[in-house]
Structures are given as structure tokens and as C-alpha cells.
Design a protein around this ligand. Structure first.
Ligand SMILES: C[S@@+](CC[C@H](N)C(=O)[O-])C[C@H]1O[C@@H](n2cnc3c(N)ncnc32)[C@H](O)[C@@H]1O
Length: 277
């Protein structure tokens, strides 16, 4: 049974798909013409482990651009998202760009995925604004572990928890804290018009529930399941998509905090390996 948080989030995400497909941020036309939607961050760190025939499970794949970009690099991909709109769009894009043989899309929330999908994977991948939608990272870690082959890797590229702590009206001169770091499992309720890809958009489903997860909450459940931590990297820049006014694009198109280009964390990446037991 979808709980109330999940239902509200699902309505919001189903509505977001159409906006995102038409947005400059997601650049679907560029993707269809052959560009990758993956950033230099995940291409540089995970790209080494993804080649011809690598099996890759993408959790919370949205409408599949990143999933299909990994398929273009030779991976055999499975994208999962709870949004029916997202999955329908991903399947249609896969057909349009000729990747149906190496791309499968499954509609499921993360927690109940083992009931809907079988098999195990060389890589489990998740990125950019995925974890804040999950309330139970113990269950998420169990699902990740379930789908990883022995020797397989989990790779995460995410917005740094610190970036979500700042107040909505924070400025470069006053980077004020507006949200708690420790949430004790209770989500933050937002009721906001607009969308990160189109802040002026008028949306119908404005209520969402989000969880900020600190590093301990993210990493501990994975370590408890026996995964080996290979690295945790923190970077002072991130990919476009965070709609905060205290950010600006640098010369490479990455977001940084205005007047704090090198001294404020905006991204973390994590790689863990499921050792052969
Ligand atoms: C910000 S997007 C992830 C970004 C993604 N890397 C991209 O391609 O833009 C978050 C995704 O998580 C999905 N999602 C949120 N809660 C979920 C859940 N409980 N189970 C599965 N998918 C979920 C949403 O539908 C959305 O597609």
C-alpha cells in the first residue's frame, strides 16, 4: 500500500515528467541527437566500470535519460521509477533512439522492487536528487544489496546534504541554516508551486514530502549489510538542477555557491562494492 507521503510525491512526480521533457534543463532534443545526459562526474568515476554488456540497475530513473545514456555506452540497463508517466516516457524514448534491446523499464517504488524484478546486476546506480524521496534507507540498502551481484558496485552521485540545509532566502553574504540536518525519520512537508526545471510553472500537485539524509544515515545501512566502502568524495560544485538563488554557473556549466566557489560542498559521490562472499 502506498502511504500518504508516497502518494503525494507520486502525483507531483507524474506531473513533473511532462514539464521536464519540454525543459531546457533536460535537453531531450540534444539527447535524441546523440549527446549524453550524464555529467563529467559520474562519467569520470563510474564510466570506468561500465562497458559492453555491463548490467546496470538505475534506481529512480525518472524518464530514463541517464539510464539510456549508460546503454549508449554499452551497458544492458534496467531503469526503475514509481512514476507511470516517467516509465511510459522512458520506454517511448528507448524506442525512438533504438535502444529497446538493451533497456528495460520497470514501474515500482524502490521498497517493493524485489517483488517486481528478478536478477542481479554488476552496477546499481542512483543520482541527483533521488535519496531525498526515500524515507527508509534501511530498506533501500536491503534492496540495493539484494540486486547487487557479488563483486558488483553501488555508485551514487548526489547533492550534498549541506546544500539542503540552507534557508530558502540564504544569500552569498549570509548562508543561513534553514532546515535541520537530523530529521529522525520525519519528512519535511513542502507546498510550493513551480518546479526546479521551470520555476515559473503553475503546477497542480504542489505538496511533497522529503527527507534530508546525513552521511551516517546513507552509509551505515550499506556497511551493516557488508558492502565495502571504496570512496566518498565531496565536491564544491554540482550539476544544474538545484533552484537556489545563492548558486551560479561556473565556466564549465557547473553550479557553485556565489562568492564561495571553492569552499562550500555541493556534491558527494560514493562507491561501495559487494565483496564476493
Ligand atoms: C530528481 S529525480 C532523480 C533524478 C534523475 N537522476 C534524473 O534523471 O533526473 C527523482 C526520481 O525519484 C522518483 N521517486 C521518488 N520516490 C520514489 C520511490 N519511493 N520509488 C521509486 N521512485 C521514486 C521520482 O519519480 C523521480 O523520477
Amino acid at each position: 500500500m502506498l502511504d500518504d507521503y508516497l502518494k503525494a510525491n507520486l502525483q507531483s512526480w507524474d506531473e513533473a515528467v511532462g514539464l521536464h521533457v519540454d525543459s531546457e534543463l533536460y535537453d531531450v532534443a540534444g539527447f535524441k541527437a546523440g549527446t549524453t545526459s550524464l555529467s563529467e562526474i559520474e562519467l569520470g568515476e563510474l564510466g570506468l566500470f561500465v562497458g559492453e554488456g555491463t548490467t546496470l540497475l538505475h534506481l529512480q530513473c525518472h524518464f530514463g535519460l541517464d539510464t539510456l545514456s549508460w546503454a549508449r555506452k554499452g551497458a544492458v540497463v534496467t531503469g526503475v521509477d514509481f512514476s507511470g508517466e516517467g516509465i511510459r516516457t522512458a520506454r517511448s524514448l528507448a524506442r525512438e533512439v533504438g535502444l529497446t534491446k538493451r533497456a528495460t523499464f520497470v514501474q515500482s517504488d524502490v521498497e517493493s522492487l524485489p517483488d517486481k524484478l528478478s536478477g542481479s546486476f554488476d552496477v546499481v546506480f542512483t543520482s541527483w536528487g533521488a535519496l531525498i524521496w526515500l524515507g527508509d534507507l534501511e530498506r533501500w540498502a536491503e534492496v540495493v544489496d539484494h540486486f547487487l551481484k557479488p563483486g558488483g558496485v553501488l555508485y551514487i552521485a548526489e547533492f550534498h546534504p549541506y546544500a539542503f540545509l540552507l534557508a530558502d532566502d540564504a544569500t552569498p553574504e549570509s548562508l543561513r541554516i534553514g532546515y535541520p540536518y537530523f530529521m529522525y525519520g520525519v519528512p519535511q512537508r513542502f507546498d510550493e508551486d513551480g518546479d526546479y526545471a521551470d520555476p515559473q510553472a503553475k503546477t497542480e500537485h504542489t505538496v511533497t514530502f522529503e527527507w534530508l539524509h546525513g552521511f551516517g544515515e546513507i552509509i551505515d545501512p550499506l556497511l551493516r549489510r557488508g558492502l565495502r566502502l571504496d570512496f566518498l568524495h565531496e565536491l564544491p560544485y554540482t550539476v544544474p538542477g538545484l533552484p537556489f538563488s545563492f548558486l551560479e554557473k561556473d565556466d564549465r556549466g557547473m553550479l557553485r555557491v556565489k562568492r564561495h566557489h571553492d569552499d562550500f560542498p555541493l556534491t558527494f559521490t560514493l562507491k561501495l562494492t559487494k565483496e564476493a562472499r
